[in-house]
Design a binder for this molecule. Structure first.
Ligand code: ADP
Ligand code: MG
Length: 705
């Protein structure tokens, strides 16, 4: 009999109960039950004064006296209301049942201990059906400690596994198995991190003696949970770096230097220079680069991508950029062609709508190596596209690509070193800022570079929130801006579940804008997902050239599109967009020298999250701040890239709230691996054992990147 025995080994757990526990909570073994942590505690160790009570205090214990009592008639029967007072204030105690009996038993002017849940109404608290005893009676009893409350389900409760029964099972579990609980962190780490032992931690997470010990128990268990995740991520990275060879871009040659010295249209920002250095260091070593480049919209990732590609060419390799949409790929292509205008480097564009003849030309130029740079959509991934020697693949806005697509890219490398195929270096660029805490746990296996500085001279985008009824005022403003020579985006939501309706909204909107902005004075472009790529491009191009002043669109323009003269972004039904989408959309303006504006239109019906989203947009343009709010609103499970990773199935830690612990855990994991990469040191025996078990459980990791 040990912790891996089924829960039926615990006294009082019948086969029927065991089945219920498994069906409802996935608990099979004693160890599983041991790791079912309480989600709150009934704390009878602490006393509050009435002035300390807060709308978020739930169950509290107070000492005071009854200072008044009355019966209030209501529709059916009556309720009893007692005013309960201590030196700092008073609250109401309320009984809906048994009023008569209670009224007779309450003693005025006698100190009582009351315990119960608070209801808040208009900033004043009341406590329905409190538990009460006189202070005298309370003192004559043994002190009660904090009681755990476990996650439960309706079914469990209905079938008799109440909180009390659950607590009983836990108590038996501890009585029977306490000595079988093994330490899972090495002694030196416990000392270094000042952590309490595993047994003590588990005992106090279930039956805390006091708040202080509970906090220590939580800290220890959170640390352990995050530590093993980090250890796994870091070890995987070490293995990847040691095992997977990468092409060596050892030298800076004429292609790079000529461009850098003669054709660079601006000075790089310090952040761009730093990131470029980080990339060069990676690709120069013979290890494989797997790097995430984060940079807010407009921070200038494109030039970094280009310079990296030139470095590849200098070392005899080909390079490719893959973008998620045709519009974006085309724009990258046009941008690169312009930048490379005075060099003799050729660039080709490959998308779903590339004509067969051109396609064939591209295929053969890639195979014989005469074409050095290919830009495109996922058309690049087709098997027919074979590179002679692809040295680096750059992925723009990677959250649009699935893991499978990324691994296809991985296989486009051609060379074999020491019998192993060498994948191209991978640089993933994203404008969706991932809060650092999350990046560490989700992408802990990638290296991360951040461009945290915008090119000079950018003005902050003025953002306002207006209700639909102010639309006329907004139109007036647009006319003024257009009169100054500016251009305007008007964006409508397109959300898959209601596509037909959204489409109708877009068309209605287009019509009303056409009425408000009549031709020939005004010219309007429209772009949406149901148009043919060629038509989209045509419309985009008209807008980019300034032939049209207004671009009516769905979110297809969300990523990457760059028209510096466009200075106003109007977002219709803004409350229906997520924060990161709003931020991306806003990033379409503010790219030129002019003051830019973002106008968020919404109906009056706003959820509280909706309000927070719009207010956040009005308050800040900092992508990382926006990402933090987004994370708080939606929880980590909904942030890009995390769904598949399963990394956030945390039992006790919270990647947002516990980021300081995450940091400690990561540092600790780094130093453990530095000292003992193979975890062979006898001091790490318990660590290796726990780690091996942990890895067996989390197969998900193999999928990442
Ligand atoms: P993103 O990071 O969103 O892809 P881009 O690479 O499209 O940003 O750059 C946005 C704009 O800023 C482009 O017009 C680009 O030419 C310009 N830009 C980039 N870097 C600099 C710089 N160091 N100085 C001035 N302008 C820059
Ligand atoms: Mg970009």
């Amino acid at each position: 009999m040990n912790l891996n025995s089924p829960v039926t080994y615990i006294k009082g757990v019948s086969v029927a109960r065991a089945e219920l526990l498994y069906a409802e909570l996935g608990i099979r073994t004693c160890r599983d039950l041991l790791h079912l942590f309480p989600f709150r505690y009934i704390d009878k160790t602490q006393f509050y004064t009435i002035s300390q009570l807060q709308p978020n205090s739930s169950e509290v214990q107070i000492v005071g006296k009854i200072s008044g009592i009355k019966t209030v008639k209501q529709k059916r029967g009556s309720r009893l209301v007692a005013t309960f007072t201590d030196a700092t204030g008073s609250i109401e105690l309320v009984w809906f049942k048994g009023a008569k009996w209670i009224k007779d038993s309450l003693k005025p002017n006698t100190p009582y201990v009351v315990y119960g849940k608070l209801n808040w109404y208009n900033n004043s608290a009341s406590m329905p059906h409190p538990e009460m005893e006189t202070v005298q009676a309370y003192k004559s009893k043994l002190q009660t400690a904090m009681q755990p409350v476990y996650p439960s389900t309706e079914k469990l409760a209905n079938k008799g596994i109440s909180h009390k029964v659950m607590r009983g099972m836990m108590q038996h579990l501890f009585q029977q198995f306490f000595n079988g609980i093994e330490e899972s962190l090495p002694t030196y780490l416990l000392a270094e991190q000042q952590l309490i032992g595993k047994r003590e931690a588990l005992l106090n997470i279930h039956f805390p003696k006091n708040q202080e010990l509970l906090a220590q128990a939580q800290h220890r268990l959170k640390f352990e949970e995050l530590f093993y995740i980090q250890l796994q991520l870091l070890q995987k990275k070490l293995i990847r770096k040691a095992k997977i060879k990468g092409y060596v871009f050892g030298q800076v040659g004429t292609v790079f230097s000529d461009f850098y010295e003669n054709h660079l249209p601006f000075n790089l920002t310090n952040a761009q220079k730093r990131v470029l250095k980080e990339i060069r260091k990676d690709v120069g070593t013979g290890a494989h680069m797997n790097r995430l480049l984060q940079g807010d919209v407009g921070s200038g990732k494109t030039i970094v991508a280009l310079l990296t590609m030139l470095l590849a060419i200098d070392n005899g390799y080909q390079a490719t950029i893959m973008a998620p949409t045709e519009i974006l790929a085309t724009q990258h292509y046009n941008g690169m062609v312009a930048l490379l205008e005075h060099t003799d480097i050729e660039v080709a564009l490959l998308t779903g709508s590339t004509k067969t003849k051109r396609r064939r030309e591209i295929h053969s130029a890639l195979e014989d190596g005469s074409l050095k740079i290919l830009i495109g959509t996922h058309a690049i991934l087709e098997d027919k596209v074979v590179f002679k020697n692809l040295g680096i693949a750059i992925i723009d806005e990677q959250h649009r690509f699935g893991v499978a697509q990324r691994s296809k890219l991985w296989k486009k490398g051609a060379e074999v070193i020491d019998g192993n195929p060498v994948p191209p270096h991978i640089l993933v660029m994203t404008a969706t800022p991932i809060p650092r805490t999350l990046a560490m746990s989700v992408y802990g296996d990638l290296d991360v570079s951040v461009i945290d500085e915008l090119p000079p001279g950018r003005k902050d985008i003025k953002t306002v929130h207006r209700y639909d009824s102010h639309r006329l005022g907004v139109f007036k403003f647009l006319k003024d801006e257009i009169a100054k020579g500016r251009q305007v985006y008007v964006v409508y939501p397109l959300i898959q579940e209601s596509e037909a309706m959204d489409y109708k909204d877009l068309m209605d909107g287009y019509e009303s804008i056409s009425r408000e902005f009549p031709s020939p004075k005004y010219q309007i472009s429209i772009v949406h997902g149901q148009m043919k790529p060629a038509d989209k491009d045509y419309e985009m191009e008209r807008f980019a050239k300034g032939d049209t002043q207004i671009m009516v669109a769905t979110t297809v323009i969300e990523v990457g599109v760059n028209v510096p003269n466009a200075s106003v972004m109007v977002i219709e039904s803004a409350e229906r967009f997520g924060l990161s989408q709003l931020h991306q959309l806003r990033g379409r303006v503010g790219r030129g020298a002019e003051q830019s504006y973002c106008i968020l239109l919404s109906s009056y019906k706003l959820s509280s999250d909706g309000k927070t989203r719009l207010q956040t947009m009005v308050d800040t343009t900092d992508g990382f701040k926006i990402a933090e709010v987004d994370l708080k609103l939606r929880g980590p499970g909904n942030i890009m890239g995390t769904q598949q990773s399963g990394v956030l199935n945390l039992k006790i830690a919270d990647v947002v709230k516990d980021s300081p612990i995450l940091h400690l855990a990561r540092q600790a994991a780094i130093s453990v691996l530095n000292e003992d990469p193979g975890l062979q040191n006898p001091l790490n025996e318990s660590l290796l054992k726990t780690f091996t078990q942990f890895q067996k459980k989390s197969g998900i990791w193999s999928n990442i990147s």
